[in-house]
Write a new protein. Sequence first.
Length: 82
Amino acid sequence: MPDRDFHNTPSPGAERGAEGGAEPSALPQGEHEREREAERRRRRARFLRDLAEARQLRDRVQPRRAKTARLRHAMRMRTFRW
């Protein structure tokens, strides 16, 4: 599989690590943590957007499977006890 080497490729945000002209090592520890958290949230938001887009595409391409999944989900919600 060609996707096995994804660990060796840098993340898309790696080049942006030195925003504002400051080196990441020159940032105070608290600010470095905030920057890492912000980058993690950006990556997570991008992942969730891509996931939602993929689900919408799958639902358009396979309408019968999407309908079955909706009915199955509705049945689970009806039988779920609060």
